[in-house]
Structures are given as C-alpha cells and as structure tokens.
Design a protein around this ligand. Structure first.
Ligand code: C2E
Ligand code: MG
Ligand code: MG
Length: 801
C-alpha cells in the first residue's frame, strides 16, 4: 500500500494530474481505472457529501447529521457504493485525501447550518488509516478553527476495528481528539462482544447501535429475539455508564418505539430521512420532523410507553427545579404506590400512577417555564387528560385519580397538616378495601422515615457514573459475562460461570442465582458463588425462600422490583436483617431476573463488612448486569430445551426415536463398541380404547405410567437405554446378555400388571441380540412381530423360543 502525504489537505491537490502524479511516485504498474476515476471525481467535484439526520426519538428534533460520501454516476463497478469507494481509497493510498475532502466540506456546511440551528452537530466517518497519523488531531482542530466551529460540534465516528487497531496509534489519536473536545462515537456497535471491552477502552461518548440489531427489533424468530435481548442489555449498560445511544437504520415506527422504550435517545434511518444533498436540505423545515412522524411515535389513544417516557423525563426536570429538592414529588410517588397496592392495581398501573403523581402540577410548571399549553404535543396532552381527573379515591380508581390523590396527600403532609384529609379517601364501595386504604394511608402519613428524594437519587447516580475508572473495570467483567452467555452447557454450569463473572462485575462478596418455582412464590437457590457462609453450599439441593420466610424482599421480587437491604438500617425488616446476619454480610440486593418478560427468578448479591453497601444508586448497574444474567440463563434454557425437544418425547420426556437413531446408535454404540446389543420392544395395548372410552387424558396417563416404569431402567445410559418410539410403542436397548434382559423384562411385566387398568395390557417383544448397525431395523421388525404376538395374546416374545 502507498500513501500520499497525509498532512496535505485536499485543497493542495488541484487537479487529478497532481493526485495521480503523487500516486505514480509511490506505485508501479498500470493505473487502475477505479483510481483514475476517483482522482478525477475528487477534483471535478463529482464526489459530494450527503447528510442524513440523526433525530432525538422523544420529540423528533434533528440533533445532528451524519456526513456520508457519494459519487455521482460511478462508471467503475469498484466505486459503485460508498463502502467500495472507501475500500479503493484505502487500498490505493487515497483515503487521507478522501477523508479530508469530506471533513472540510462538512465543516463548511455545518458552520452554515448552525446559524439557523446553533446546536446542530455533524458526524464524520473516519477510517482507521487516517488515525495512524499523529498530526491528525492538530489538523482537524485547525479545520474546526477555520470554520469557527467549537470542537463539540464535530463527532468523529470510528468503527470497532479502527478503535481496536492495536498496531497503530489510533487510540492515542482518539484520546487526543477527545481532549480537544471533539466527540467520539463508536459506529456499528454490537456486532461483536469485543465491543463491550472497547467501551471501556475508547474515549467514546456516543454509541451507535448497528443496523442489524435495530432490524432484529420486533422479530419473533428466536435467533433474532435473542439478538434483541442482547441489545437491550447493551443499552442498559451503556446508559448506566452515561453514554448516549443512537439506533442506526431505523426504518419503521415500531423500531423507534422499541428503541425509545429501552432507553435509546437518538435514531437515524430512512424513517427520518435518507442521506441527501445539502443543496436540497432546508434546515428550517428540517428542524422539526413532519408532524406525522412525531405524532405516530407519540400515539394518542391510550397512555403510551412514549408518553410515560416523556412523563418520566418531565418528572426529572420538574423535581430538579423544585424549591424543596423534589421531596413532595418523591412523597407523592410513594403515596401513589401505597394506594395502588391497596387497590390491587397491576404493576403497570401502579407505575403509571406513581409517574403521574410526580407531575400532577405539570400545567402550572410549564406555564411558569413559558411553555404554551396549546402547543403541547400529543403525549403531553395525553398526560394532562389523565391528570384532570378529580382526586378522591373510592369513586374513581384510575391511575390519574390515584395520582391526584397522592399528590394532594403529599402536599398536605408537606404543609404540616395533622392528618390526611378524610374527604380525599372517602368511601370505597368495598368496605374491606376502604378500611385497608385508610389504615395504609395513615401509616404512610406518619412514616416520616427518610424517603430518598428523586433529585438526590439522580445526583448520586450521576456522581457514580462520572467515575469512569470504576466503570471500566466493571465493563471488563461484563465482557466475561458476555462470554458466559456464549458458553454451551448444562443450565447449572452456565449459571455458575455467569454467576462467577457477575460477582466481579458488581463487586459483591457473594452472589446467588435463584429460580422462581411454578407455584409463583417459592424461590429456590440454584447456585451460590463467592464468599459463602458455613451453611451455604455452591449447589444447594434445598435452599428455598418464600414470602413466609422473607416477607418483604420476596414480595418485592414478586412485584418485579429490586429490593435493597442494609444491615442495621432503621427501615430494615427483621427477616432480611436476620438473613444478612447469618450470612455475615453488610448489605444485599435482590434483583429480579426476567426472561421473555416473565419473572424467572432473582439474582441475590451481598457485600462484605467494610466494603461499600448497596444503595439505590447501584440500581441501574445491577439491572444491567441482571439483564446479562437473564440472557445467559435464557440462552442456556433455550439450548437445553431445543436439545430436549429434538431428542426427547414430548409427552413422557423419555428419549425418542430420533435419539435412538442419531444420538444413541451413532454417538454411543458405534463410537464406543461394536459388540452386539440386546433390545426389546414394548407395546401398550388398549391405549386407543382408553382414549375412546375414557378420553385422551386416560390414554396419556397410561402411557405416562408405562414411561415411569421404564425410566429407572435408563438411569445408567452407558448400560441401558429406555425410550418411546411413537404412539404406544417403547424400546429398551441393553448392553447385557439376553438372559439378563429377560430378567429385567419379566420384572417389568409384573410391575406393569400390578397396577394396570382393566382395558390395558403390556406386550413385550424382541429380546434379541443384534449388531448396532442393525438395531433400528430389528426394532421395527420386532414392533410388527409384537403386534402379531399381541393378537395371539402372548406376553413375552422371545424369538429364540
Ligand atoms: P455507516 O457509517 O454505518 O453509515 C450508515 C450507513 O447506513 C449509510 O450507508 C447509510 O446510507 C445507511 N443507512 C442509513 N439509514 C438506513 C436505513 O434506514 N436503512 C438502511 N438499509 N440503511 C441505512 P452508506 O452511505 O452506503 O455508507 C456505508 C458505510 O461507508 C458507512 O457506514 C461508513 O462506514 C462508510 N462511509 C461512508 N462515508 C464515509 C466517509 O466519508 N469516510 C469513511 N471513512 N467512511 C465512510
Ligand atoms: Mg457512520
Ligand atoms: Mg454504522
């Protein structure tokens, strides 16, 4: 490869001849057509820069543009797409020239647009080769200065490979750029797990989620769904680090909604606009996207997730401008959750009520901010409608009514009123609910224990996030977690690897993964890792917790929320405090684990005495780690399930025919020994009769009963296999002599008969010795024979007789 002088800007090359002259001094052989065309196109301006909007998802505002190179009418196929063009430039040493060309034009264009849109930023793609030049930083800074642009107007996009290029000094150049105030973005993020590591290693402040991930949103296919889950986890993590996220390739409104609801701030894609020539862009019209797009995104009929999102950001803004630091707002949220609990509201409604409670005074506030209420976007109008409902729980228990009541209660308590206004809670139609409501609200009223204010929580969180050093190390552990996701194996093995990685990520003393039983209330500990108490076992058989043992923490988990317990905290609850004491730990967090949106179990983490205890501020990071753990579990379960589905009979869970043919014969018999094996076939007679007379459940029950008798025979897979072929036919394959198998079969016949319903009977055939390669066809023949034998009423058929 050859290079033109990197520090010369494109303006130094006035003609194609000069460019090519440069090219010739470094390169022998004939001039490739593509290079000639590219050089010509650069000098006669057939190369231009197109711009694509990057949009804030919450309100549709264009926050930035991405500069994308374009060539008019490429004659040469090697230049037919931007990616190909860049590759030609890279290969033939023209990339610096191309890079400067785009950078210079973009700076000029951006400066022009910023007179109308002062905050507009431009993203420029930079190739790894350009970052090899130590003078790059100085040069870009010079270009910015020439266009009178502040450094943070420019966002340099680099791909993972560029940032990973260990041989070059790419990283120090990136750090240099960041130090001058230029923003770094990681492009095409998510295409490999190396990227998580990278987040910690680059000075990136923006992460652009690769198009392939965005495309996977809303897909139902399993492979894509797990991609979506991984992306969700990555978003959670990047957010907990305070990074800004841009979803690439947003083509459909549904993708935008999903991104927004997961916490991705910005979107880019054909939905918002294709890369366009600057001449046809009118920045004034471009500023706010067509109403249609925004309106669609925000919805109008019900309280959409987007409206809730808008509400939550509003709550943040409002509490930050509250004279009392948001204390009343925080109290209103807690009152709303108390009332919701009494009324048995669903989790979503309780959340909605809590959020609405914190923004009940929306109108007053917005007016004070000088915002014209008539111009409210649909989502805000939606919020207002909900809030216009009168308080007074009892007659109306909608989220809006709960919110208003909660707000009224919180304000009245803050004013110093002696007791809750009984009129607010008057007469719920159900006297029990009514009584409970009064009692719980009384309790809430007098519980002046410290409620963390919305603002304080936000501030602490921000403080933590600022210490990136800490975050870096945590991120590295997450990479390990990601690897655990990729590891194959039995669920418990995967859990152990995952737990081992997660414990580093959260810097806990011990970590347990706990599964929720089907009964919906029992949590069983599957693995314990880290610094364990004497009585704890790594894979306990019978360590379970229910709301009877741990009323507060398990109930919180069942309500899908995290629970944090700190030893000696005045608000601590007895059972969880006792547990902490017996574990010898200072604090614990119970973090719910969700798989496909359902509560699967929990991650229990604890801290050792002398180390920082968990606080609410750890919440987002713990949730991010938990989503990784959930992905690992989901994947292990899925792999296990698929493996089972393919090789296991759905009704009885016994190995199926396919297992016999593929796994057993090929992997076990032929792989380990070629000596003959003995087999038997079993036919449960009367199943159809049972189905016809007593219903399918009776037929199934008889097959299950038979399967249960066969199951223990296959316990040692190396000597005997018992499975179901199909319908009423089962098989046994044994590495035993015929005499030994006969004994087994006779015992089986007796055990079967002891409990058999009147209509059913077991017929057994086979008991032959065959070569492994003949096993499957011999079994088929024996099934046919046993059907004949059945008609003759023979119980055990031994062909040698
Ligand atoms: P990129 O940086 O990831 O740019 C985004 C690409 O996605 C662009 O392709 C854009 O046209 C395309 N795109 C945007 N929205 C959508 C959408 O909704 N659906 C689909 N299917 N595609 C969408 P383009 O312009 O072909 O560029 C391809 C790549 O070439 C860029 O990927 C970037 O890596 C590189 N590139 C483009 N211009 C430059 C440049 O000036 N310098 C360097 N070094 N690389 C460039
Ligand atoms: Mg890009
Ligand atoms: Mg990209």
């Amino acid at each position: 490869m050859t290079h033109l002088e990197a520090h010369e800007t494109v303006t130094s090359y006035t003609t194609a001849e000069t460019l090519l002259g440069r090219w010739r001094t470094h390169q022998r052989g004939p001039l490739p057509d593509a290079v000639a065309e590219l050089a010509g196109a650069l000098t006669d301006e057939r190369v231009y820069v197109a711009y694509q909007p990057i949009v804030r998802l919450s309100d549709g505002q264009v926050a930035a543009v991405e500069a994308l190179i374009r060539l008019d009418d490429p004659a040469n196929d090697e230049l037919s797409t931007p990616l190909k063009l860049i590759a030609v430039a890279e290969e033939h040493g023209l990339i610096e020239v191309v890079g400067r060309y785009v950078m210079e034009r973009t700076c000029r264009q951006l400066a022009a647009w910023r007179t109308a849109l002062p905050d507009l930023q431009a993203h420029v793609n930079v190739s790894p080769t350009e970052l090899r030049d130590a003078r790059y930083v100085e040069e870009i800074a010079g270009l910015l200065a020439t266009s009178a642009l502040p450094p943070d107007a420019l966002v340099v996009e680099v791909t993972e490979s560029a940032a990973l290029d260990r041989e070059s000094n790419a990283k120090s150049v990136l750090v240099g750029l960041a130090n001058t105030g230029i923003v770094i973005a990681l492009d095409d993020f998510g295409t490999g797990f190396a990227s998580l590591d990278l987040l910690a290693d680059t000075p990136a402040r923006i992460v652009k989620l690769d198009r392939s991930f965005v495309a996977a949103l809303g897909e139902t296919e399993t492979a894509n769904r797990s991609r979506a889950v991984i992306m969700q986890a990555a978003i959670g993590m990047a957010r907990s680090l305070g990074l800004q996220l841009v979803g690439e390739g947003v083509e459909e409104i549904g993708q935008a909604r999903a991104l927004l609801s997961w916490g991705c701030d910005f979107g880019q894609g054909f939905l918002y606009g294709r890369p366009t020539r600057p001449e046809v862009i009118d920045p004034a019209a471009w500023h706010v996207l067509p109403k249609q797009t925004t309106a669609l995104l925000l919805g109008a009929d019900t309280l959409t997730p987007e409206a809730v999102d808008v509400g939550i950001s509003l709550a943040g803004v409002l509490s930050a401008t509250d004279p009392d630091g948001g204390d009343v707002r925080a109290a209103a949220i807690s009152a709303a959750s108390t009332i919701s609990a009494v009324l048995g509201a669903s989790r979503e409604r309780a959340d909605t009520a809590g959020m609405l409670a914190s923004i009940v005074d929306l109108d007053v506030k917005l007016e004070r901010f000088g915002i014209d209420l008539r111009t409210l976007r649909p989502s805000l109008a939606e919020l207002r409608t909900r809030l216009s409902i009168t308080p007074v729980i009892g007659r109306n228990t909608s989220a809006g009514a709960i919110a208003r009541t909660a707000w009224a209660l919180a304000q009245s308590r803050a004013r110093g009123d002696a007791a809750p206004d009984p009129a607010l809670l008057a007469a719920h139609p159900d006297p029990d609910v009514d009584r409970e409501l009064h009692t719980r609200v009384e309790e809430w009223w007098h519980n002046t224990a410290h409620v963390p204010s919305v603002r304080n929580v936000l501030l602490t969180l921000e403080e933590r996030l600022r210490s990136r050093g800490d975050a870096n190390e945590r991120l590295r552990s997450l990479v390990g977690l990601a690897r655990a996701i990729g590891s194959d194996g039995d669920l418990l093995d995967v859990l152990e690897v995952t737990a081992g990685e997660a414990i580093h990520a959260v810097r806990a003393a011990s970590l347990s993964i706990v599964q929720l039983h089907d009964d919906g209330r029992t949590f069983q500990v599957l693995v314990n890792v880290g610094d364990l108490a004497d009585w704890e076992k790594p894979r306990p058989a019978d360590e379970i917790y229910t709301p009877d043992d741990l009323p507060v923490s398990t109930t919180n988990l069942l309500n899908r929320s995290m629970h944090i317990e700190v030893l000696g905290h005045p608000e601590g609850n007895q059972a969880d405090q006792d547990l902490l004491r017996s574990l010898g730990k200072d604090s614990a967090a119970y973090v719910p684990l969700f798989i496909d949106g359902d509560l699967w179990g929990a991650m229990f983490v604890s801290t050792a005495p002398g180390t920082p205890v968990f606080t609410l501020a750890d919440g987002p990071f713990l949730s991010a780690v938990a989503s990784f753990v959930s992905v690992a579990i989901g994947r292990a379960e899925q792999v296990g399930r698929l493996r089972r589905e393919v090789l296991q009979d759905a009704l009885t869970d016994l190995p199926n025919r396919r297992y016999l043919e593929e796994a057993f014969v090929d992997d076990t018999l032929l792989a380990t020994a070629t000596s003959p094996v003995c087999f038997a076939v079993l036919h449960v007679h009367g199943v159809r009769l049972l189905n016809d007379t007593l219903g399918y459940a009776a037929g199934d029950a008889e097959l299950l009963r038979t399967a249960d008798l066969l199951r223990p025979l296959g316990a040692d897979a190396s000597t005997m296999l018992a499975g179901r072929l199909s319908g009423s036919d089962f098989y046994i394959v044994a590495r035993r002599t015929r005499e030994e198998l006969r004994v087994v079969l006779e015992e089986l016949a007796v055990a079967y008969a002891a409990d058999a319903p009147e209509l059913a009977a077991l017929y057994i055939g086979g008991c032959e010795l065959v070569e492994p390669t003949e096993l499957v066809s011999a079994i088929d023949c024996a099934i046919a024979a046993s059907t004949v034998a059945r008609d003759r009423g023979v119980a055990i058929v031994d062909d040698s007789d």
